[in-house]
Every structure is written in C-alpha cells, then in structure tokens.
Design a protein. Structure first.
Length: 448
RNA sequence: GCCCCUAUGGUCUAGUGGUUAUGACGCCGCCCUUUCACGGCGGAGAUCCCGGGUUCGAGCCCCGGUGGGGGUACCA
C-alpha cells in the first residue's frame, strides 16, 4: 500500500441523527476537524441515517446547528447515507456474486441455538438460502487485526466473530456494510470515532477485504463519562451541545475544554486557541481511558475566555443571550464576576429590573435600624453631589464611612441590598454610577 | 455467558527503565478587598488498581487477577 493512500488526510464525522449531538460526538467531530485543518486535509460530513425508524430530519438539523455553533465546518456533505443505497446495492450484489456474502433467514434465536451447540465463543455461521437477510462470510481461520492509532494493534480471532448481517431482507444496507462502502468510496484516510465502534471494526475490515479495497487508518476515542463514572447523560446536567449553549458557554471555550478531555501533549498549557490546537493535535496521543466530563473546569475555562473578549463583543454575546439591549455599562462592571453568559442576569439584572425581593436573609441582615440610619446618611451625601461621577460617588461614600466611624461594609452592604435586593452585586460605586443618580437615590430612599 | 478495550492525587493529564512523579480544575489558607468574584502567593491531596515475574533498578516491559467501560440487533 502506498503512503499516498493516506495523505492528504480525508477525515469524516458521521453522526446518526437519532438524537441531539452529544458532547462525545462533538469531541469526535472536533478531533476530526482539527486533523483536517491542521494538515490541509478535507473534512467530510455524512449522516448515518440507515435506521429509518429512528432517524429524523429535525435531528439532522439539530446536529448541523450544533456543529455550526461550535464553528466546526466541513468541506463535503452533509451526505445522507440512504441517498447512496443504489451504490450499496451494487456492492452488495458483487459480494453475493463473489461468494463473500450469502442470504439466510437465520434469526437471533438460530444464532443462540448455534452457540448453545458449538460454544459461546464460537461465531455464528449460516448456510446460504435463496432469500433472506445478507450476511458476510467470516472465515473460521485466521484473525483480523485492527491497527488503531490510539490503542495499537487489537486482534480479533475470526472464530469468535458471527457472520454479520450486512443488509436486511429487503436489500437495504446495515451500518457495518454501508459505513465501509461509504468510507471507501469517499477515500477516507482516517476514521476517528468513539470506542463503541472498536468491536465493529473487524467486521468493517472484512468488508473492505471482500471489496478488495485498502482500508483507512483507524483511531478509537475513549467514551465520555459523567461525574459518577457512568456514561454521560442528562442526569449530569449538560450532555448535549445544545445544553452547553443554553448554559451560557462560549464555543471557543467548549472547543478548548473538549480537546483536552482525553488528550494532552507535553506542553503544560491549558488555555489553547483553536488555531494552536489544530497545529498541535495528534490523535496518537489521545488517552486510552474514558474521561469524566467535569463541568467545573469548563466553567473556569469559560470564565477565562469570557474575560478575554472585547467589551463590545461580550456585550453582543450577552444581549443575544438575554434578549435585552443596552447592557454595555452593566457588562463592563460585571465581566470579572461571571463564568458563563447565564451568570450575568442573576448578578446584574437588578440594574434593569429593580431590586430582587427574594433574598430575605440579606434584607434582614443589612436593613436593620442601624443599616437604615446608614442608608439615610448615604442618601444625604449622595444627594448633595454636584456631579454623578465614579470618583465623586466613592469620595462621598468614604466620607460617610469616616463620618459614622463605621466599617466600610456597614455602609456599603445596606446600599447594595437597597439597590440589588441581595448581598452580592458588582462593585458598589460602579453600580451606583451605572444606575444613575435618580434610580440610585430612589432605591436607597425606598429601603430606608 | 462470550469477545474486546482500559487503569497515575476527587477530576483531566505529563511521564515512555534510574524524577523530591508534571501541570491544570476543584479544595484549604494568606494577600488584595465594600459583597461576590478576578488576580497574586502558598498548601493539603497519589501504597502510580492488586499479585507475581523480567531487571542492578519498574509508574513505565511480561503474565495473572480485580475494578471500570464497550460490543454481543435484519440499531448506529
């Protein structure tokens, strides 16, 4: 086999539209994309929709949306696997004619019975019939070795393999067959996908062999787990890309985090731009064991990305996320206190919608007689201000602190509660400044 | 049951026969400080899953267990 067979790289992401794009799928897509972009290669998007029962157009759209949001693009496709059924039928007939495959009506029960008789570790072998589903003939001797870029060689003894069903009785192709035909025709060089496909690979390799085609290189990625070590699911919070978007994460942060989930190189950097990622990503360095999705680390990383955005950019993101306008000033004083887009409104929404009434504990703690007396003094000092500037506000309030011989927080916290209704908010001088004189004085008076 | 993969602090990882076992998240403390954060500094936390081997020497190599995961569909 020539080295030219594998370069330039042609990779693919081939989701099945049976649900939303999960984080594990997003990672597979990202790894493929990084390989293509890092090597001037080509990224093919194929929709594996041969399961007509479970595949829906809505799911296809949802997956495409998720990829676009992640800014993972593709050069060819999306191509529906079903649209290639004619070609599948053609190859199927070739395998049938060549004796590499045969028709049989054997059922799951028959397979069970066969194993009961020949041993559990003996792969099922059927006999050719005039009609029925199509099975690939697996030789009894020998073995198929999967040369995996992340795992090394894995040997599957043919005796253990069942003759796989590659087409239904009606002639429609099944996954293990369609995937091999399509990858071969698309001249895919590297198949990078989840580990759940590792045991399918020998079957696919056998299809390539029957077709007389050189197979691509394979890399199987470890699966993603939730915090409890079990398969990642909705129970763990965000499990799909859509949920990540709704939770207020930035695509760039998600890409960075996901790239590092199960992959690392010798460099210690944690914050890596997508460009840098595509330059450095090496699939052979992907870790072999399943990784737990740690949302806390994603939150931290997202906060870092958030703070690196220009104010106007972040404002635009937040206005799109909240559906509100005129957020710029509030964003400016809140940006270092939030980790996700979703954190913004709970922190700063009071500036626009008035103080929250929900935090009774904060109100009971700070709006005491003492607190109200302090508020009154603050009100007087602020009312007297000729100019509503940040400096003037700070000076006036520090004057109140000094005048009352109080601790700063005994003056500032009551103001915070008066303005926000809670004990947490952006800086108090900044908040007063952004809120403006009238609203500020009004809220302080109302709480006094 | 059978086939296959896998195993470094709570989590993600670096490590490729000789290190006080790397960095990050999280956690704790200190500094900053009007709250919460951000930022800075420091700290705790790992019998490198267990048991055998190979070797002068093993987290790294081999064998066997155990735990975890995947597959075992006329799903993908």
């Amino acid at each position: 086999m020539s080295i030219d067979r594998f370069y330039p790289m042609r990779v693919r992401f081939a989701p099945s539209p049976t649900g939303a794009l999960h984080i594990g799928g997003a990672r597979a897509a990202l790894y493929n994309w990084l390989m293509a972009r890092g090597s001037a290669g080509t990224m093919v998007l194929r929709i594996e929709d041969t399961d007509r029962e479970r595949s829906t157009e809505e799911n296809v759209e949802q997956i495409l949306d998720a990829l676009r949001w992640l800014q993972i693009d593709w050069d060819e496709g999306p191509i529906s696997q079903v649209s290639r059924s004619e070609r599948h039928g053609e190859v199927l007939q070739q395998l049938l004619d060549a004796g590499h495959a045969y028709r049989t009506n054997a059922t799951g029960e028959d397979v069970k019975a066969y194993k009961a008789q020949h041993g559990q570790d003996r792969g099922f072998r059927g006999t050719a019939e005039a009609d029925g589903a199509v099975r690939l003939r697996v030789p009894d001797d020998g073995a198929t070795v999967v040369h995996d870029l992340v795992r090394g060689d894995t040997t599957f003894q043919h005796v253990h393999l069942d003759d796989p069903v590659i087409a239904r009785a009606d002639g429609t192709a099944l996954y293990n067959f369609a995937v091999a035909v399509d990858d071969a025709d698309a001249r895919i060089t590297h198949v990078v996908r989840g580990e759940d496909h590792l045991s399918n690979t020998p079957k696919q390799l056998l299809v390539y062999q029957a077709m007389g085609v050189t197979p691509p290189l394979f890399a199987h990625l470890p699966l993603l787990h939730g915090p409890d070590g079990k398969k990642l699911s909705k129970r763990h919070g965000a499990a799909s890309v859509q949920e990540l978007r709704d939770a207020g994460y930035l695509p760039a942060a998600v890409r960075n985090y996901i790239a590092l989930l199960g992959w690392g190189d010798t460099d210690d950097e944690t914050l890596i731009s997508t460009d840098e990622l595509s330059r450095r990503f090496d699939v052979s360095r992907v870790s072999k064991n399943p990784a737990q999705f740690d949302e806390k680390k994603l939150r931290w990383m997202n906060g870092r990305y958030l703070r690196e955005l220009e104010l106007d950019e972040l404002t635009a993101e937040l206005e799109a996320f909240t559906g509100r306008a005129g957020l710029r000033e509030a964003v400016a004083i809140s940006r270092e206190k939030i980790q996700t887009l979703a954190d913004f409104w709970p922190l700063a929404g009071f500036i626009f919608d008035g103080p929250s009434t929900e935090d009774e504990k904060a109100q009971a703690k700070w709006l005491t007689d003492e607190g109200r007396a302090s508020l009154q003094a603050s009100h007087e000092a602020l009312s007297a201000l000729p100019e509503w500037t940040l400096e003037a506000i700070e000076e006036a309030l520090q004057g109140v602190v000094a005048g009352r011989e109080a601790k700063p927080k005994d003056v500032f916290q009551p103001i915070r509660v008066a303005l926000a209704g809670t004990a947490v908010s952006p800086g108090i001088f900044e908040t007063l400044h952004v809120l403006g004189r009238d609203a500020s004085l009004e809220r302080i008076a109302a709480a006094t």
